[in-house]
Ligand binder design. Sequence first.
Ligand SMILES: [Zn+2]
Length: 197
Amino acid sequence: MSNVSHSFSSKIRISYDHKKLESFPENHVRFYLKYSSFVFKALGKCSFQKFLSWMLRKESIEADTVKGVDVRVLPLRRGNGKTIAGKCDPAQGRIWIYPKTVNFCRIFKRKFGRETLLHYAGSRARAALIHELLHLKYIDDEQKVRELCQDYFGLFRRKQIGKTTFAQSICAMIFKAKSTEDKGSAEGKNSNTLESG
Ligand SMILES: [Zn+2]
């Protein structure tokens, strides 16, 4: 079991486009690098890795199907300007996880505080990874993926911190954004995207 977890977390890496990153102001670069390393740690955490291994087994998704998970440093926007939480290419078994923007995080932090922001960012990335992993099996079935993702994520959360109001409000923030988002608006043919902001 620990082997399985280990092999999965070794597929996660931080990646970015050097040129694009250089075009950002220095304080934004610092912010995004910090954000991505935080997400990288949140996704690699042992308890979450174990949970994912269990979920993949339960869904009969071979661990080998997952070729790589990229934690992208810079956010990705769709045509409508909203940011994307995750993307996957089921044919290649590749997954990309994206951050929220500097501006979003600033406003969020002012409203809810730093702790809540960190909590939100970690939870959002984990939910995105669960969502995209499920797409490896339910490729075009966005509805099914969303339902299952909410169930699995809720299960993980309850195990972690219990059914606190805080946990529930974070869940609501993540899944409310998703359900109001347009359905199946994939970026390109083979990719599936999650969430908005
Ligand atoms: Zn999706």
